[in-house]
Design a protein around this ligand. Structure first.
Ligand code: 8YV
Length: 326
């Protein structure tokens, strides 16, 4: 019997391809060349499944050209590249890759908050420019982290892991806002209190965004929200581009409405808003919050195992639309 055909859309570690090879006829893209929409649609239309990176659109337009397609397994926990209702209508199974990246991503969120508050990259740029000639008392004075108030928007697994770092490691008071309030035992484990969005923005010294992207969450932080924040506060976005209005943020940073920002995600990746690039008080990283080899391998293997379980056993490990399998 012939093997199902799958595509792995971008470069992955060789052990992932070796893991898939016994089960599938694999088309890979180890050259890591991004596809145009036309190339992507034409390629996907030839496949039974796909291991996607969280960036390739799987929507009504693409799906109508792919009657043979049965499953798309995202390597990422975020799945805003999927139109899940459209996939369900087309009976295409959707999976993501939760859990395996939680602690690593929380480490990064905390590191970005610290780097932003303590002006670490600004100090480095100063040295590299050759500007460091003498010690000064108020050299790159930053914001305190320990003992301050940490505001987390989006209290899923990653938000909770960041809260624990802040509360237990740095003695921070943790407040959070989420679509729904956590169960009391989860709040207690994180030492976190539920507050309204406005109260969080008004009281937090450091705001960290971990909200999943959806149309409703678009520009969760825009000019009105930035206006509520303290002028000494920092904002960190490790969620998704589009959760923050980047133009409004650049303006707030330039006008001193907030002290600084740390950004791992942007509205038009890989492009960064030109006004943000001009701001000295922003730390920029290229969407790397989950990027350690062990974690990225774990994410890729989970996506691969979803594909294998589906074609071998008719089940998946992390379903987004379980009704398709029922
Ligand atoms: C991924 C992420 O590496 O999992 C997610 O949702 O944002 C990252 O960890 C990225 O989406 C891959 O494109």
């Amino acid at each position: 019997m012939s093997k199902p055909k799958i595509v792995v859309t971008r470069h992955v570690y060789p052990e992932v391809l070796a893991h898939l090879a016994p089960h599938f006829e694999v088309t890979h893209n180890q050259a890591d060349k991004p596809y145009s929409l036309e190339e992507w649609t034409a390629l996907l239309s030839q496949q039974d499944g796909a291991l996607t990176m969280g960036i390739e659109p799987v929507n009504e337009q693409v799906l109508s050209a792919c009657p043979q397609l049965r499953i798309c397994a995202n390597l990422s926990v975020g799945y805003n590249n999927f139109d899940v209702p459209a996939m369900t209508r087309h009976k295409v199974v959707a999976t993501n890759a939760p859990d395996v990246l939680t602690e690593t991503t929380a480490d990064f969120g905390f590191a970005l908050m610290m780097a932003t508050a303590r002006r670490i990259t600004e100090g480095e740029h100063y040295i590299r420019r050759g500007d460091w000639h003498q010690w000064k008392l108020d050299f790159f004075c930053g914001a305190e982290v320990h003992g301050t108030t940490l505001g987390i928007m989006g209290m899923g697994r990653i938000g909770q892991a960041i809260a624990k770092r802040g509360a237990h490691g740095f003695g921070m008071k943790v407040v959070y806002h989420n679509r729904s309030r956590l169960a009391p035992e989860l709040e207690a484990a994180c030492k976190a209190s539920y507050v309204s969005k406005a109260e969080l923005l008004q009281t937090a010294d450091h705001v960290v965004l971990v909200v999943p992207y959806s149309k409703e969450a678009h520009h969760t932080i825009g000019a009105p929200e930035l206006a509520l924040m303290k002028p000494t506060a920092t904002l960190v976005n490790i969620a998704r581009g589009g959760i923050v209005d980047d133009a409004a943020l650049a303006q707030a940073l330039q006008q001193g409405q907030i002290a600084a920002a740390g950004l791992d995600v942007f509205e038009r990746e890989p492009q960064v808003h030109p006004e943000l690039l001009k701001c000295h008080n922003v730390v920029l990283t290229p969407h790397i919050a989950s990027s350690t080899r062990a974690t990225r391998l774990g994410m890729a293997m989970l996506a691969a195992n979803n594909l294998i379980a589906f074609f071998k056993e008719g089940r998946v490990l992390t379903p987004l639309n379980p009704e398709v399998l029922a």
